[in-house]
Design a protein around this ligand. Structure first.
Ligand code: PGA
Length: 238
């Protein structure tokens, strides 16, 4: 089970540190072995001394070790903080920041060369969802074009665009169907993301083929995030 928090553009260095400390204390006190991921803003990255089940990763990077890419962050800068997990293909980067599929493939290949864990996000916009499950799957498969699905440190996050930050999660049946179809050809952990909250996380984690969740909004308080880790722990014990 993987429980991941994407901070997006939230938290400061100070509040990130406090958040991570709280989560780390909880994990250590309860001997939790749920795989936990936290993706703070780049300015809040640091050498955190955490339990081995917690990875603090990067939301973004430019596919270079170092170089002249004003405003961007390369792997030299990430390695300084021991970052070994990155998000690629999040819908906000695809749609708001206009990252093209060719840039995503470059980022993917670069991260793969560096040997870090990749959480690769896919998901359809509302109009595609309205066109039915076959359209949804065709859309998602296109997002896998050029992506090496055999990479050993790959995790997939299915995040319907219309469910992200809207408070409107996909139905459990819809999630189940997409994960089932992905599972036919992908042997990697499959996460769901999109308006996951403390109340629905248990049921989502119960869905067949669901190996965890990637959470934005509701995960931004340590208390709520910890509740989700607890839900994953309970799920494992079932
Ligand atoms: P949300 O975001 O939980 O706020 O819907 C999910 C995500 O962007 O990964």
């Amino acid at each position: 089970m993987i429980i991941a928090s994407n901070f997006k553009t939230n938290h400061t260095r100070k509040s990130t540190k406090e958040f991570i400390k709280q989560v780390d204390n909880f994990v250590k006190n309860t001997n939790s072995d749920v795989q936990t991921r936290i993706y703070p803003t780049a300015t809040a990255l640091d050498n955190f001394d955490c339990d081995k089940s917690i990875k603090v990763g990067a939301q973004n990077f430019y596919p270079t070790f170092k170089g002249s890419f004003t405003g961007e962050i390369g792997f030299e800068q990430l390695q300084e903080f021991g970052v070994d997990s990155v998000l690629i293909g999040h819908s906000e980067r695809r749609h708001i920041l206009k990252e093209s599929s060719s840039l995503l493939v470059k980022k993917y290949d670069f991260a793969k060369e560096q040997g870090v864990e990749i959480v690769y996000c896919v998901g359809e916009p509302k109009e595609v969802r309205e066109a039915g499950i076959d359209a949804v799957m065709a859309y998602i498969w296109e997002q896998f074009d050029g992506i090496d699905l055999d990479y050993s440190k790959l995790i997939i996050a299915y995040e319907p665009v219309w469910a992200i930050g809207t408070g409107l999660s996909a139905s459990n049946d819809d999630i189940k169907e997409v994960l089932k179809r992905l599972r036919k050809s992908i042997r990697k952990p499959l996460l769901y993301g999109g308006s996951v909250n403390v109340d629905n996380v248990g049921d989502i984690l119960d869905i067949e083929n669901c190996d965890g969740v990637l959470v934005g909004t509701v995960s931004w308080t340590a208390e709520a995030f910890i509740k989700m880790i607890e839900a994953a722990q309970k799920n494992k014990e079932k």
